[in-house]
Design a protein around this ligand. Structure first.
Ligand code: MG
Length: 252
């Protein structure tokens, strides 16, 4: 069931989304050669807790950390570890959510660790652009398929592929609500977008094939062909005046 938020609820969601976006920004600053992914997770958790919020992912379905940190060929759901030390040239996807005053915010960004290869650079740019293509299509009156097809067209036009096995989602009082928001689709198909809907659009893009594999830890999701992957996500609200990005940081 799709939950439509009142303007009062949307104001509350702005707060949880702002905290999520700040946590993501802080994570990005911590991405440096020599830093462990667990150290980044700790920075994220401490920020969220200091803001009076709760990390949305900690304990969700048994996930053991506050942020998913996914390096290089890991697409999503990487588990932070003190043994995983970042090195120059890595691409580091951080996905983080915060729960505050009854609502979640959810966002992700793939950061560069130092200088990365031109191939990685191009992948990140294309994936971030595809997110904005998806957001542009998220107009009231359009359908979910318009979002997915906008993302897919942009990504496949650059010879990359969009992951099929994981999709975006409604977000609100629950971290994952209806509807599913695939990063592929057919224009004019799927649930209609109505003002007051809040959704997380989150393209996961691989340089190679779209197929992914979940490792035996039941979380870490890698590209099946070992190619690099990127992941960008915003929580947005559908409004009568067009899509509004909610996950906007207010810290430098
Ligand atoms: Mg999400």
């Amino acid at each position: 069931m799709v939950v439509i938020k009142s303007s009062r609820e949307l104001e509350k969601m702005k707060e949880s989304c702002r905290i999520s976006a700040n946590a993501l920004k802080i994570a990005g600053k911590a991405v440096q050669p020599g830093v462990s992914t667990l150290e980044i997770d700790t920075v994220v958790r401490k920020y969220i807790e200091k803001a009076g919020a709760t990390p949305s992912f900690l304990g969700y379905g048994g996930f053991p950390a506050s942020a998913c940190i996914s390096v290089n060929n890991v697409v999503i759901h990487g588990i932070p570890s003190k043994k995983q030390i970042l090195k120059e040239g890595d691409i580091v996807s951080v996905d983080v959510g915060a729960f505050y005053d009854g609502f979640h915010g959810d966002n992700a960004y793939t950061f560069k660790c130092g200088k990365v290869s031109p191939e990685a650079e191009a992948l990140l740019e294309a994936t971030q652009n595809s997110l904005f293509e998806g957001i542009k299509a998220a107009k009231a009156g359009n359908r979910i398929g318009d979002i997915g097809s906008a993302v897919q067209r942009y990504v496949e036009g650059r010879s990359y592929s969009v992951v099929r096995d994981f999709v975006g989602h409604g977000v609100g009082a629950k971290l994952h609500e209806d509807p599913s928001v695939p990063n592929y689709g057919t224009p004019g198909r799927g649930p209609r977008l109505i003002p007051g809907m809040t959704i997380a659009i989150e393209p996961m893009v691989n340089i190679g094939n779209y197929k992914v594999r979940v490792l035996p830890d039941k979380w870490t999701t890698v590209t099946a062909d070992g190619s690099l992957a990127a992941h960008f996500e915003h929580t947005i609200a559908i409004t009568a005046d067009g899509p509004k990005i909610l996950t906007i940081p207010d810290i430098e």
